[in-house]
Every structure is written in C-alpha cells, then in structure tokens.
Design a binder for this molecule. Structure first.
Ligand SMILES: [Zn+2]
Length: 162
C-alpha cells in the first residue's frame, strides 16, 4: 500500500465557470486558473501522484504549456490514473474535503463522486467527497476562494509497465 495527500487553493474570479469535481455549479463567480481550475480534482491528482512520489501536477502538467489552457481537469485526472496503473498500482480509496463558504455544495457531492469514479474506473464507494465551510474564518470564510484536501491510498497490483 502507498498513501499520498494533496492540497490546492484557487481564487474566485468574476466571469469564470465554477467547476468542482468535474461538475458545473451555478454561481456568480468561478475559480481562476490556467486549466478549468477544478480545485478538488487538482487536490485528488496531487494525492495520487504523491502516493508514488511522482511530484505534483505543476511538475507533470506545466501551466505555461498552452495545451493545458482551460483544459478539463478530468482529462488530466485520466492521465494521472494511467500513470498510476502503469506503475502497477490501483486506487484503494480516496477521501477528500472541499472547504467552501459559498455556494452550498451538498446537492452536487454525489454527482462529483460519480464523475470522478467514472474517470478513475473504480466503484463510487471508493471516492469520498466532503464539503465544509470555515465558519466565516480566513480567505475561504471571506469567500475569496476555495481550498481542497485529499488523501489517496494505492494498492500494488503488480507489474511495472514502464
Ligand atoms: Zn489547482
């Protein structure tokens, strides 16, 4: 077994879509970033990469590379998953947290879990997504941005396909 953790933050910006866990959420602002700025998927990818000491998404997918501009983070998630499988591992489970003061995410959580587990080709009960506010404290509480945390456990299935 190998374990990894991931963390990410993006700032709110007017005129952007809000995409979390691959789901578009109706809101008057979105997150700023080179890709679609899906902070949850970014944290999840970093936890997967971290479990195999494969650095981080900034290293794997350069934000100066135009081919990643406005790209759906789910496509990057698919690439990270292939890297894991090639190393002979599969995901045992993921547990993640989105810290967001507003909007309320409760009604979108299961849709996010479905999108993520579909891309990773694992059962939905292996993907946990939780949402919390920060009780009005800090940059999240002031609605300046959203942060996300993830832990991922990988299991060796054998074979190195490099
Ligand atoms: Zn990010």
């Amino acid at each position: 077994m190998r374990i990894g953790n991931g963390y990410d933050v993006h700032e709110f910006k007017e005129g952007r879509k809000l995409i979390l866990g691959g789901v578009e959420i109706p809101y008057d602002k979105g997150l700023l970033g080179h890709s679609d700025a899906d902070v949850l998927v970014h944290a999840i990818m970093d936890s997967m990469l971290g479990a195999l000491a494969l650095r981080d998404i900034g290293y794997q997918f350069s934000d100066t590379d135009n081919k990643y501009k406005d790209i759906s983070s789910l496509l990057l998630l698919e690439k990270v998953n292939s890297m894991i499988l090639k190393k002979g591992y599969r995901i045992e489970n993921i547990d993640s947290i989105i810290a967001c003061q507003s909007p309320k995410l409760k009604n979108y959580i299961d849709k996010m879990r479905e999108k993520i587990s579909n891309i990773l080709e694992i059962e939905i009960d292996r993907v946990s997504v939780k949402a919390t506010t920060t009780e009005g404290l800090g940059f999240v509480g002031k609605k300046e941005g959203i942060e996300a945390y993830s832990v991922c456990l990988l299991k060796e299935i054998g074979g190195n396909y490099d």
